[in-house]
Design a protein around this ligand. Structure first.
Ligand SMILES: [Zn+2]
Ligand SMILES: [Zn+2]
Length: 281
């Protein structure tokens, strides 16, 4: 079954080369591109539908939504989250197996009443809210390897027994219900990092039996980025292979990769097409 790529063009440096930098990936028969607000769409792409307001108000408070509108980033935030919601919906209706979501704005710092750090709405939470209502899918895992702590996702799922949230950051290790924070040293090596991710994710996710896995993937942990953990760019490709294998083992490959932190345009160009290729293998 195909892979879905959900694209929303945003002003700014890092995604300037996309979607064109995906090159021949876009010509494949097993790739569907869903595209919002991009001025020169490939003929084969589909429109990315906006997020339903009903779903938005189920996750975020009216007062918070009002504050997001006041920032001027409301539309971009809506389409960023819309990609994740549409990806989950299409996986659950078996149109696609897995998805990569380009976001203009991240999501893991957005909680029920607060937002920050370039995140406005929580795409994974919105997607879970929507597919729970529309499909008989109930168990979800969210793996978060952005360099920073996902305080919004933590708050939204702290008391939700059907969502496993594993955050992998420099914060202290702690556990509450199915929320787990795993401490990663601020500076480490690729091999140490990958052994920690394997230990952190494999048994927990396999034991939880999720029906769909979200991966909040940030490359801000790469050397020279703003969340530098001393990692090489290649570590993300190995991590992608690890998480994809885990999705295959636990939930027939149902995986949504959500682009989170990272600012460099050269790293986006290098990493994103290769990460998508791991979904296609
Ligand atoms: Zn964390
Ligand atoms: Zn980050």
């Amino acid at each position: 079954m195909p892979t879905g790529i959900f694209f929303h063009y945003q002003q700014g440096e890092r995604l300037k080369d996309f979607p064109q930098a995906l090159g021949t990936i876009l010509e494949r028969d097993d790739v569907f591109l869903y595209d919002a607000l991009y001025p020169s769409k490939p003929a084969s792409s589909f429109d990315l539908e906006p997020l339903s307001l009903e779903t938005l108000y189920k996750v975020h408070s009216p007062e918070m939504i009002k504050r997001v509108k006041a920032t001027g980033n409301y539309e971009g935030a809506l389409y960023s989250a819309a990609g994740t919601v549409a990806g989950a919906r299409r996986i659950c209706s078996e149109e696609i197996t897995n998805a990569f979501v380009f976001t203009g704005y991240g999501d893991h710092h957005a909680g029920s009443t607060f937002f920050g750090g370039g995140c406005y709405f929580n795409g994974a939470a919105l997607a879970i809210s929507e597919v729970r209502r529309k499909f008989s899918i109930t168990r979800f895992a969210i793996i978060d390897t952005d360099a920073h702590h996902g305080d919004g996702t933590w708050e939204l799922f702290e008391n939700d027994r059907e969502v496993l949230y594993i955050c992998f950051c420099t914060g202290n290790s702690r556990e509450h219900n199915n929320n787990v924070n795993i401490h990663v040293p601020p500076h480490t090596t690729d091999s140490h990092y990958l052994s920690l991710t394997n230990q952190a994710f494999h048994n927990r996710v396999a034991g939880f039996h999720p029906e769909l896995i979200f991966w909040n993937w940030g490359y801000d942990s790469t050397t020279g980025e703003y969340g530098d953990m001393g990692l090489s760019p290649e570590v993300h490709l190995k991590l992608a292979a690890q998480i994809r294998a885990l999705a295959r083992e636990t939930c027939s490959g149902r995986l949504i990769i959500i682009l989170c932190g990272g600012s460099r345009r050269d790293l986006a160009r290098f990493l994103i097409p290769r990460i998508i290729e791991t979904l296609l293998e």
